[in-house]
Design a protein around this ligand. Structure first.
Ligand SMILES: NC(=O)c1ccc[n+]([C@@H]2O[C@H](COP(=O)([O-])OP(=O)(O)OC[C@H]3O[C@@H](n4cnc5c(N)ncnc54)[C@H](O)[C@@H]3O)[C@@H](O)[C@H]2O)c1
Ligand SMILES: O=C(O)C(=O)C[C@@H](O)[C@H](O)[C@H](O)COP(=O)(O)O
Ligand SMILES: [Zn+2]
Length: 364
């Protein structure tokens, strides 16, 4: 089992990564003092439940924990105020108290939603992340928890760090192919923002990653979590530096909202957004290879690079104005200045943005 630390003073916590480590869940929960006297609310979705819920429930119950499980419908639409309220109802009716823990078993949707329940219930109770997607190497680390509003992605949320992250790579073997590719979008994002060698490694090992080769996967997820945890440790609440983790998200989040959280996966939207950020970079005077390389590698990972033609550019522009990085009338973009390096910029004009959105519809 590999271990990383998210270094946040008294809110520090470990990320455990390894194949088969769900078997150690009881020992890890005991080590991190998860209460056995108060009920745990275990949140998962109907697809994850099919493959992984029974095992987790059985281990926890045998280990002496009291567990109430709640299964939400799979998919981004569950990151809603309505679903949040339903889970709070379950928490009240099941007698969760201040010593209770919310456990998220699933991808980023379950993690963000369950985390927001943990952040809000009785003004905040303990939270554990058990990520089951590749993408969730990102969402399970860093404490951003949220639900969506029809007009703006993740606009209702909090910062609420987990007690621990238990990442069993064996759970990834039941993932559909499209979700594997979407997850790799955030893995390569971590390379694009901080580590050109990691990008080169992913480029070289792309096919191994797509086939879920154990060694390659473990290295990529460990490295992705490591880059994320270093950045979060320096700027937990996104006062500045942490915004670089948003590469591709100014455009990507707007695409998700305009698509009504349906049809475009988060990782896919971010892939298109990263091509957009690379195009903006070139418009701002950076070398052309930033765009061509970004696009080539994302394509190699089987990710979309073209903005869906049915999405309306004016609607996307309006959605971008609701981005949390929008500041004093200007959009903020994370701009790659080289492969593996980025800067935070609010120097991009609205004309440049709409020009790039038009170009993104023509990408091939
Ligand atoms: N909080 C953060 O820092 C952060 C970071 C990145 C992304 N996010 C959020 O994460 C969400 C996307 O996460 P995601 O891509 O994991 O989506 P997801 O949670 O919807 O999972 C993707 C799909 O895979 C299924 N699934 C999950 N694990 C499975 C498994 N092991 N086997 C079979 N099927 C499985 C799910 O049922 C779902 O249908 C978005 O809402 C995004 O905004 C948050
Ligand atoms: O952890 C962060 O910070 C990120 O930006 C990671 C992103 O991949 C993630 O999608 C996050 O939820 C976006 O945050 P938001 O503040 O733009 O909603
Ligand atoms: Zn993201």
């Amino acid at each position: 089992m590999m271990e990383l630390k998210v270094d946040l003073g008294e809110r520090s916590y470990p990320i455990y990564i390894g194949e088969g480590i769900l078997d150690d869940i009881v020992d890890l929960f005991n080590k991190h003092r998860i209460s056995k006297l108060s009920p745990i609310l275990l949140v998962t979705d109907d697809q994850v439940a099919e493959f992984h819920l029974d095992k987790v429930l059985e281990l926890l119950l045998k280990g002496g924990f009291q567990v109430v499980s709640s299964i939400i419908p799979a998919g981004e639409k569950s990151k809603s105020i309505a679903q949040f309220e339903d889970l709070i109802t379950v928490a009240i009716e099941s007698g969760l108290d201040r010593k209770s823990t919310v456990v998220a078993l699933g991808g980023g949707v379950v993690g963000d939603l369950a985390g927001y329940v943990a952040a809000s219930y009785m003004r905040g109770i303990a939270f554990v992340q058990i990520p089951t997607t590749i993408l969730a190497h990102d969402s399970s680390v860093g404490g951003k928890v949220a639900v969506n509003h029809p007009l703006a992605k993740n606009i209702i949320g909090a910062f609420h760090q987990p007690e621990l992250v238990l990442y069993d790579i064996a759970t990834l073997r039941t993932l559909p192919e499209r979700q594997i590719k979407a997850g790799l979008s955030e893995v390569i994002k971590h390379g694009f923002i901080r580590d050109a060698d990691f990008v080169a490694w992913i480029d070289h090992n792309a096919y191994k990653l797509l086939e879920l080769d154990s060694e390659a996967l473990e290295f990529a997820l460990y490295h992705g979590c490591r880059i994320k945890s270093i950045i979060v440790s320096q700027d937990e609440r996104e006062n500045n530096l942490r915004a670089i983790l948003n590469l591709g998200h100014t455009i990507g989040h707007a695409l998700e909202a305009v698509a009504k959280y349906n049809g475009l996966l988060h990782g896919e939207a971010i892939s298109i957004g990263m091509v957009g950020a690379a195009r903006l970079s070139v418009l701002l005077g950076n070398p052309e290879h930033i765009y061509t390389e970004t696009k080539r590698i994302l394509r190699k990972l089987g990710l979309p690079i073209q903005l869906p033609k049915q999405l309306d550019i004016d609607e996307i522009m309006v959605a971008m104005m609701h981005d949390k990085k929008f500041d004093s009338g200007r959009m903020t973009f994370i701009i790659p200045t080289e492969i593996g390096e980025v800067e935070i910029s609010n120097q991009v004009t609205l004309e440049q943005v709409s020009q790039v959105l038009e170009q993104l519809k023509q990408e091939e």
